[in-house]
Ligand binder design. Sequence first.
Ligand SMILES: Cc1cc2nc3c(=O)[nH]c(=O)nc-3n(C[C@H](O)[C@H](O)[C@H](O)COP(=O)(O)OP(=O)(O)OC[C@H]3O[C@@H](n4cnc5c(N)ncnc54)[C@H](O)[C@@H]3O)c2cc1C
Length: 308
Amino acid sequence: MGEIGRELLELLAKHNIEYKLDVSTKERASFKIGGRVALAIYPATAEQVAIALSALDGAGIKHEIIGNASNLLFAFDYYNGAFVFTDRLDRCDLYEEYIACGAGVSLTHLANLAAKNSLSGLEFAYGIPGFLGGSVYMNAGAYGGQMSDVVIHTVALNKKNGQIIRLDECEFGYRQSIYMRDRDLVCLGATLKLARGEESEIRAKMAENMRQRKEKQPLELGSAGSYFKRPEGHFAGKLIEDCGLKGFSVGGAQVSEKHAGFIVNRGGADWREVLELERIVKEKVALAFGVTLEREVRVITDQDVVLD
Ligand SMILES: Cc1cc2nc3c(=O)[nH]c(=O)nc-3n(C[C@H](O)[C@H](O)[C@H](O)COP(=O)(O)OP(=O)(O)OC[C@H]3O[C@@H](n4cnc5c(N)ncnc54)[C@H](O)[C@@H]3O)c2cc1C
């Protein structure tokens, strides 16, 4: 693996690409767990993303694209590579019932913008703490809606050849997309198609979704949302609860007392504790019900092996 050298930093500076060295990731992650990353890059345009990623690839430096880090477990003390944050890809244009937006726009902002313009379709997304890019990647969804319902196409950078392409077919499935399958693709933005509606009705639906979230989810503690995918024919939370694991903890990591599908950080949890808790939960559920739980949360390690 390559080292972060002066040449790379000079190239970023030459192209006015913002970066920071030796950055803590803990505050950024919704889990409130994370070590330091050697280099954090904040491109503001598609071209800057392409330049940064090509430079990282050229120098053999491992890297990850990071949205709002709300579906991630940072499982490292020090990541000797680069995180490319999408925050500054935050352009958002509205045209009739279409919204064209960058990967770094938050879903809550999009839902609010839609409501303000009497556009329906994003009520489900209100309160999902992700950015557009990460939510396309995950095909995030809730309360009967998902990203694939509103995305008509996405714009992607193909890292292999540096081309920026429009993808009309994103191969969406349950918490799946083409971006997950093809790691050479980076989502730069998307166009969403919404439907005309009544602002008051849209806002009422959003408020109801938020009320349910607050009632059912442990929003007061760090987490990455539902930790496991929904197994065919079951609910992960119910299986875990039926194993008597609600409230079970390993150090600071705990199966939420409010919603057993969430692993929460009670304070000061270490990533190793989360992974150990995950292992125990999976083992007990498999033993009790013969169901294999699959992690929904993405784990970023400092190793060259992918954990899932
Ligand atoms: C309290 C809470 C509630 C939640 N509720 C829900 C819910 O109801 N429904 C739901 O689906 N999820 C939920 N989540 C999980 C999470 O918010 C979503 O999955 C969200 O869509 C992730 O977006 P993100 O920007 O945070 O992505 P990140 O966590 O930053 O990244 C997720 C993955 O996407 C990749 N990625 C990010 N941006 C890009 C890009 N531009 N191009 C290519 N790859 C990219 C990353 O490399 C990573 O593998 C919840 C999380 C929390 C903490």
